[in-house]
Write a new protein. Structure first.
Lengths: 872, 680
């Protein structure tokens, strides 16, 4: 579990009501999650605070809850082993320390102390009843509560809660089972007399600006006990006395407890009533909510607005939000759910509800209490309080991904058909999942362990499937803007993948973002570089619209630099940081004669023109020079624009060709011929119009700085091909004309120079990334750079130091996988439209996986690290 | 406002009944009810109109000269008692039959007292709706798992609705599924009709009657592609290798042709089902059962659950405790009719069903063999409308010396009766709502409270049987004098008292849903394993593993028949407005669904030159009925879907018969019949 991650992305407002603040008399709970008082049995036998006790609660508040009610502290002097005490001033200093330490861990959480007065119980089974209390024993009770409350205030607690539920003294007085014949029993007024006195005494002692709440029973679930009918009257009375909240519980009455073993007192946590207090797995979730709802309704009808807390098997943020949304309660109380996973609030807030270790409602905690043992949870070994750190062991796919997508997780989700969850995993790292799922060069697949076994997993194809399927099933997501937390605005130059990713991440971090795009369309190379048959335009635009819905403002036709806004001007316009992500769109020239002839095109601009919908006439016979993806795209596009014959002229051999293999194969299948080991030496022309291209044969020499063998032209091997057009696609370079080069440092090959850790240029506040820095690279690398820039800009604007936080992960090797579990199964192949149909238009060629193919493919994943080789 | 339940159908939803001056004025859903969760169908909302309907039978009546005349309860009871004594003396007690319909299966008091009385009287011939409704799945699951596990839709990641349209027949379930869909439930719908929920999931439009083939092909995929739950299969099941061999031939491509679906769809749903953590198949109440292959359909679904490990886990089929109630039955040695033809239906291991197989009853009455049946007492049911081949049944009933029908309304069966007795509605008596555990998977019980006084001279069933029993000298068996005493007695076997229930009008959870039966070593089959291969079935001469058999009247099986009757007829589809034949006289409901309709694909309709609202004759080799055409793209072309329970001259059961029966259960074949249509 990576806790930091939850904190970072904590601006998600999926559970808006749950994470909205609420004020209890002048005390603000930052959200609606309250840990209800639950005994830990971690206090010392004499009721003192222990280290273990502190640790438990410190861990609890780390999870980000709004309010914590510390377990019941005893206000009367009677002995009660391992119960926290506040019955004497001697307990104040340690409680003070306790509250201080809690605040150190979480300064926002509001800490309350529950105050309990109980009826005595002995191990022999004897039990005091309200009828046994003598009048003089009753009259001291309000004072005991009041003193306890004052001690709590002195110790620094934010509020106190009077325990009037379950088997406590006050609950027993309130009960219809109270058979006292004197003024403290009988009718409603008699039963409510002592609790009323307690409230009044406590209020008097604490004055008017300290919140006091109470916990009551919605229903006793015992024969002849109180039902909702009585509870609503009690609640209305308490509200009229000026209490600040009412927390509604149910059940847990000794009257209904299972028969105890001989010489044991009954345990109130058993019996139908006890099980209703902590609803077990056979009870539905939220089984108690109707009680809070009923009480809330009654109290509201009587004209009181005090918040009502509901509790009892509320395990998911969905349910919690629903309860609040439907106005059934105002605060969600949780005890066991937070015991199973203290980070429940954080995970919910970060929209990672699926990671919540869900309370099994098994009763294990309650049973440990019954056995007089420290209260623990059976779910802990699952990784919350003893977090394992398998995340430092990284599957090779994730290690190979420039964006660090948790590939193993999303494939696992997809294998179970949880496509939406899978998409969440992907979107944690990248926007544009459907786009990336089409054009990523998927370095992950090359590293996949399964590749050594039969064939690597078709990871990118699965990504595409997941994104497409979720979009198709749910339409475009209904996203709402994250709140603007910071006043600073960031200007981003270039609406390509790097710029938009940075914008997306900055908006999520609470900044205002404007993206300036020189072209009339957003998307950068995604839109104007990659041909439509590989990446449908509508899809990219839809994903860009999502990013806009998140609050990223995109200004089209807004060049920055010499032809538009001055870069410096951005700071004057109120932008606090700038991210340059202008890409690399300028084609490199060949440096041979004839390049200025009519009919000579440059790869990127050729593709851009076509992609912008302009009609470009190329001839019947075209030569494309280059061996990268742009060359292949240009060649295939030329074919689609009506050329009858298309050649690719490449100076090295197939082996060195940087274009994706499948793209090269697809081009060949479509009828494009590739001339290897040929170097253009001259472009021939007549009347200013291209008529042919002269090339030299080449041989491969020693590897150059790129690691590839250098082509050496063979003298005298000239040959001429007749062509109508030449498309030069031998490489691109950033166009840095927007920069004042006296201020910015650039590399010798005209790329921007940045600090590799922070991506900041030599000008403070100006960052750069993507192709503008790296030269032409992949979309996924641009996205990784955009994300990295966003993190840096955030830190820069917050005045934090930019450090490299990455811990070098250890990659899980093939030998660590228990391959015996897996049968050899072929990699699923995507269907594609036939080559014949392809060149007719620009429809997408690859059809993507069907659900069946995707399920089969995802099922092949080794899930490296999760099924370790036992022999190892 | 009183918290109680609606007992109009087996779901028993929670309601808040508003009563003013002793009169029920309004019924609202009970939002906190754990089963229905604030859902209430139009029938429930119309409870007041139902209870106060001018058509209610309010006093006992006897048919004299073909006309019913009012008599007193004393007269009625005397007449019945005399006749019963007479028949017992002459032909033996077995010549009197007792029958309860579906409400009798759900309202424990009705069936318990019918059984108590027949025990006291000494007749083995007690019949229950379970002879053609619901019990198939119980038997199939018992034979497979040794328990009767139930679906767990709230925890399921994947649900297959197989021949089930909960929007029409189980609104609370539908509401839960819609909710689950919002949280990402994967829904697969297998049905000849695109039901409303099909739009929210993967829809497989299957040819009626071919379900077992599809299930076997799914097994084929799951086993061959290695996506079965290996650990579970090894540890808990018996006969996997036999099954593997058995399903070898059910290749998706081959089965695709049988079912009219695509092979890739079969593969896809197999994968989705097998891969989901916690998957439940929810089968229709009867859609898969009333087939020649009905029992094997249910067996196949059980096996699908077993091989994917979707048993005894959250979201899968899991054991649910049932409420233990006092057994009011008295022993009868003799076997009921139908027991010899369908031995497993009567007796499975040490479990004995209390009823005979009523599908043979009309023949027994008409032939007098093996012995004459001279009288029937029927309550909570309307066999003349709801049993197959209603014409034959009516003929048989008219042959009886005495037919006694206890009901709220003058049903088609009541019209044939010699004596009609006024039953009170569930709102007029105290009873138990306990069957959430049996159908909804919830160990929850509520009190069915008495909201209003019984109308006219209507009685609860227990009172009728008790009074009759006392009159016939069986007083010692009928000591109860009030609703409360009866409920108190029934509850004795449980840990709950009437007082508990009175104190908790919102209901009580009496037990725990269990996901650790296997850990407790409680697979109670003879082998102690989950039986993919059933020796019990083999020993009884049945297929030990499910086999696909063509519907008797399919064009493949009976090509000659298909020439005359080329269309496939399905009967039994429900709508929300009515429970079986009941409530059609409630004006509010009738307005919502005024006519008996047959759903038909527009292509099929145009082939026969008919269109919406045209009247057509639907004809089988058994008979014909007149219905109104409703075209819908949702139904499979070539299939006619006649809605269930329209009585009067339009009864769909004029078209059905019992010539083809499931060999294991004796259930009649009421789906995938051959028919033709004609415009009139």
């Amino acid at each position: 579990m990576l806790f930091a991650l939850f904190v970072i992305s904590g601006t998600d407002m999926k559970y808006e009501r749950l994470f909205s603040p609420i004020t209890i008399r002048n005390c603000v709970f930052s959200n609606r999650i309250m840990s209800t008082a639950a005994v830990t049995r971690l206090a010392a036998e004499d009721g003192h605070v222990t280290e273990a006790f502190k640790e438990r609660y410190k861990r609890l508040v780390q999870g980000g809850l709004g309010a914590m009610v510390v377990e019941a502290a005893v206000v009367l002097p009677s002995k009660s082993s391992f119960n926290l005490r506040v019955s004497d001033d001697e307990f104040i200093p340690e409680l003070q320390d306790f509250v201080k330490e809690i605040r150190l861990v979480n300064p926002d959480v509001k800490v309350g102390l529950q105050l309990i007065h109980f009826l005595k119980l002995s191990r022999s089974g004897w039990r005091q009843k309200v009828e046994d209390l003598k009048p003089e024993e009753i009259t001291v009770i309000p004072g005991q509560f009041a003193s306890g409350a004052m001690r709590a205030r002195e110790a620094g607690f934010n509020f106190v809660e009077l325990h009037m539920a379950h088997f406590t003294t006050l609950a027993s007085f309130l009960s219809l089972l109270n058979k006292r014949k004197d003024e403290y029993g009988g009718d409603f007024e008699g039963r409510v007399k002592l609790p009323t006195e307690v409230v009044l005494a406590t209020r008097k002692a604490l004055g008017n600006d300290f919140p006091i709440g109470a916990r009551i029973l919605g229903e006793e679930f015992t024969k002849e006990g109180n039902t909702l009918l009585q509870s609503t009257r009690v609640a209305r009375r308490l509200a009229s006395l000026g209490l600040d909240y009412i927390s509604v519980s149910a059940g847990e009455r000794f009257e209904d407890a299972d028969p105890p073993p001989p010489n044991f007192p009954p345990f109130a946590g058993t019996g139908y009533s006890g099980y209703r207090m902590s609803p077990r797995w056979w009870n539905p979730d939220g089984v108690q909510v109707y009680l809070a709802e009923g009480i809330r309704k009654a109290v509201r009808e009587a004209g009181y607005e005090i918040p009502i807390v509901t509790a009892g098997k509320i395990r998911t943020p969905e349910l919690a939000e629903e309860i609040l949304d439907q106005g059934r309660a105002d605060i969600i109380g949780m005890a066991r759910a937070l015991l199973a996973d203290p980070d429940w609030p954080l995970k919910a807030k970060a929209d990672r509800a699926d990671d919540i270790v869900k309370c099994a409602a098994c009763g294990y905690c309650s049973e440990s209490d019954e056995r007089y043992e420290t209260v623990t949870c059976i779910e802990w070994p699952k990784g919350v309080l003893n977090p394992a750190s398998p995340w430092l062991l990284v599957p090779p796919c994730k290690a190979a991904c420039p964006a660090g997508i948790d590939i193993r997780s999303y494939i696992d989700e997809a294998a179970q058909g949880h496509y939406e969850k899978a998409l969440h995993v992907i979107e944690e790292k990248i926007p544009f999942p459907a786009t990336i799922g089409r054009v990523c060069p998927h370095p992950c697949e090359a590293k996949c362990n399964r590749g050594e076994y039969d064939a690597s997993i078709a990871i990118n194809g699965l990504k595409r499937f997941i994104a497409d399927l979720v979009a198709a099933r749910q339409g475009r997501k209904n996203v709402s803007q994250p709140p603007r937390v910071h006043k600073e605005r960031v200007a981003i130059i270039g609406a390509g993948p790097a710029g938009l990713t940075a914008g997306f991440n900055l908006v999520q971090r609470g900044y205002g973002v404007t993206v300036f795009e020189a072209l009339p369309v957003a998307g950068g190379m995604l839109t104007v570089g990659i041909p439509e048959y590989r990446l449908p335009r509508g899809l990219v635009q839809a994903e860009i619209e999502d990013i806009q819905k998140w609050g990223v403002e995109i200004r089209l036709n807004s060049p920055v630099g010499k032809n538009g806004l001055a870069l410096d001007g951005l700071f004057q316009q109120g932008y606090h940081a700038v991210f340059i992500a202008t890409g690399a769109h300028r084609s490199i020239t060949l440096g041979v004669s004839g390049e200025d002839l009519e009919g000579v095109h440059h790869g990127t601009s050729f593709l851009r023109e076509i992609n912008l919908g302009k009609k470009v006439v190329v001839g019947g016979k075209v030569a494309v020079v280059g061996g990268g993806n742009v060359a292949i795209d240009a060649a295939r596009t030329a074919f689609r624009c009506g050329s009858k014959e298309v050649f690719i002229v490449y100076r090295r051999s197939r082996e060195e060709m940087p274009a994706y293999r499948e793209e090269v194969e697809a081009a060949e299948r479509e009828g494009i011929k590739i001339l290897y080991l040929a170097t253009p030496s001259k472009i021939l022309g007549k009347n200013g119009q291209v008529t042919g291209i002269e090339c030299l044969r080449a041989e491969l020499g020693e590897p150059d700085e790129s690691g590839r063998r250098k082509p050496i032209p063979v003298r005298g091997s000239e040959f001429v091909m007749d062509v109508n057009a030449v498309i030069l696609a031998i490489g691109e370079t950033p166009d840095l004309f927007l920069l004042d080069l006296t201020k910015f440092r650039v590399t010798s090959d005209e790329k921007m120079k940045v600090d590799p850790l922070s991506l900041m240029t030599n000008v403070p506040g100006v960052f750069a990334g993507g192709d503008a820095v790296s030269g032409p690279a992949t979309v996924i690398e641009a996205i990784a750079a955009g994300k990295k820039a966003a993190i840096s800009i955030d830190k820069y604007l917050r005045g934090e130091k930019i450090e490299d936080e990455e811990i070098a992960p250890r990659i899980i090797g093939m030998e660590e996988v228990d391959v015996g579990r897996f049968n050899k199964r072929p990699r699923q192949t995507m269907s594609a439209i036939s080559p014949k149909d392809r060149i007719r238009g620009l429809e997408e060629v690859n059809l993507g996986f069907t659900e069946l193919e995707a399920l089969r493919e995802a099922d092949r994943c080794f899930q490296c690290g999760l099924f370790p080789n036992k022999e190892k | 406002m009183i918290k109680t339940v609606c007992m109009l159908c087996f779901q028993v939803c929670g309601i808040n009944a508003c009563v003013k001056n002793g009169k029920l004025t309004k019924v609202e859903p009970m939002p906190e009810h754990p089963f229905s969760r604030g859902v209430l169908c139009p029938r429930g909302e119309c409870l007041a109109s139902y209870v106060y309907s001018p058509d209610r039978i309010l006093y006992p009546m006897m048919k004299k000269n073909g006309k019913f005349t009012r008599i007193s309860w004393d007269e009625a009871l005397d007449a019945i008692a005399n006749k019963l004594q007479q028949i017992k003396k002459k032909d033996g007690a077995h010549s009197v039959g007792f029958s309860v319909g579906s409400i009798g299966a759900e309202n424990i008091v009705i069936s318990a007292f019918a059984q108590r009385f027949r025990g006291a009287f000494g007749s083995p011939n007690y019949f229950s709706i379970e002879a053609h409704c619901f019990r198939t799945r119980i038997m199939a699951r018992l034979l497979t798992f040794g328990t009767y596990p139930l679906e767990d839709p709230d925890n399921s990641e994947c649900i297959i609705l197989w021949g089930h349209n909960p929007d029409a027949s189980e609104p609370p379930l539908a509401a839960r599924i819609y909710k689950a869909l919002d949280r990402g439930l994967k829904l697969i719908v297998i049905d000849p009709k695109r039901i409303p929920l099909a739009k929210r999931g993967k829809f497989i439009q299957i040819k009626p009657g071919t379900d077992a083939a599809l299930a076997l092909a799914m097994m084929n995929v799951i086993i061959n592609e290695g996506i079965y739950n290996k650990e579970f299969v090894e540890k808990y099941t018996l006969g996997f290798n036999k099954l593997k061999e058995h399903v070898k031939d059910y290749l998706p491509e081959k089965v695709a042709e049988i079912c009219g679906v695509s092979a890739d769809d079969i593969r896809e749903i197999s994968w989705i089902f097998a891969k989901a953590k916690g998957a439940s198949i929810i089968q229709g109440i009867n859609a898969l059962d009333q087939h020649i292959n009905g029992f094997q359909n249910s067996r196949a679904l059980a096996i699908l659950h077993a091989i994917t490990g979707n048993y005894d886990v959250p979201g899968g089929w899991a054991f649910n405790p049932f409420m233990r109630l006092t057994d009011l039955r008295l022993p009868v040695e003799e076997e009921p009719i139908g027991a010899d033809q369908f031995p497993l239906f009567r007796r499975l291991w040490n479990m004995v069903a209390p009823y005979g197989q009523q599908m043979v009853l009309p023949d027994v009455i008409l032939s007098g063999k093996p012995y004459p049946i001279r009288a029937m007492i029927i309550s909570g049911g309307n066999p003349a409308a709801s049993w197959p081949d209603s014409e034959k049944l009516k003929k048989a009933f008219t042959k009886l010396d005495m037919l006694v029908v206890m009901d709220l309304f003058m049903s088609q069966t009541a019209e044939l009766a010699h004596i009609v007795l006024p039953a009170c509605s569930s709102l007029e008596m105290v009873g138990l709502a306990y069957n959430y555990g049996l159908t909804g998977g919830m160990p929850f019980v509520m009190l069915n409270r008495k909201i209003i006084e019984p109308l006219g001279e209507s009685w609860p069933d227990w009172k009728f049987y008790s009074e009759l029993g006392r009159r016939m000298g069986y007083g010692e068996y009928f000591p109860w004098n009030s609703d409360e005493e009866v409920v108190e007695h029934l509850l004795k076997a449980s840990k709950i008292t009437l007082k508990d229930l009175e104190e908790h009008p919102e209901g009580i959870w009496f037990g725990e849903r269990c996901y650790d039966i296997r850990a407790k070593n409680q697979i109670k089959t003879p082998s102690g394993k989950i039986e993919l291969y059933s020796q019990t079935l083999a020993d009884a001469g049945y297929d030990p593993m499910p086999i696909y058999r063509e519907p008797t009247r399919s064009s493949v099986k009976s090509p000659e028949l298909a020439k005359k009757y080329p269309l496939i007829l399905n009967t039994g589809a429900r709508i929300q407005e009515y429970t079986h034949w009941q409530m059609r006289h409630i004006p509010e409901l009738r307005k919502l669904a005024p006519d008996p309709v047959a759903e038909i694909h527009p292509d099929t309709a145009s082939r026969y030159g008919v269109g919406d609202a045209d009247m057509i004759l639907v004809e089988t080799k058994k008979g014909q009925i007149k219905v109104k055409v409703k075209t819908t793209e949702d139904i499979m072309p070539g299939v006619i879907n006649v809605l269930h329970g329209w009585a009067e001259e339009l009864n769909e059961n004029v078209l059905t018969d019992v010539e083809a029966q499931d060999p294991v259960t004796g259930y009649p074949e009421l789906r995938a019949l051959a028919c033709q249509i004609r415009k009139v």
